[in-house]
Design a protein around this ligand. Structure first.
Ligand code: SF4
Ligand code: SF4
Length: 85
């Protein structure tokens, strides 16, 4: 589960921009990142890697399901995917 430390978050929106599954949003009058669609999160870790405040933690490394599916269908293996996972 991805967790955002609201005290560290500066509302820059980088995590929202890089999330390949639109699982994060900025919310509030002083916007902070919120995991608004946890069911879409694949724990790829892109949000955490791109957060300049190290405000996001999670059980990263499970890998992106979309990436694994694409690789399985294409028969091509890659160490990276569009999600940067
Ligand atoms: S990248 Fe980090 S600091 Fe920026 S909005 Fe997301 S959690 Fe907050
Ligand atoms: S771990 Fe990946 S899928 Fe989950 S919120 Fe972060 S960027 Fe989005």
């Amino acid at each position: 589960m991805v967790t955002v430390d609201r005290d560290r978050c500066n509302g820059c929106g980088e995590c929202v921009a890089v999330c390949p599954h639109a699982a994060l949003s900025l919310e509030g009058n002083s916007p902070r990142a919120v995991l608004t669609a946890a069911e879409r999160c694949m724990e790829c870790g892109a949000c955490g890697l791109n957060c300049p405040e190290a405000a996001i933690t999670g059980n990263f490394g499970v890998a992106c399901f979309a990436c694994m599916t694409q690789q399985a269908l294409s028969g091509k293996q890659s160490s990276r995917c569009a999600c940067a996972c």
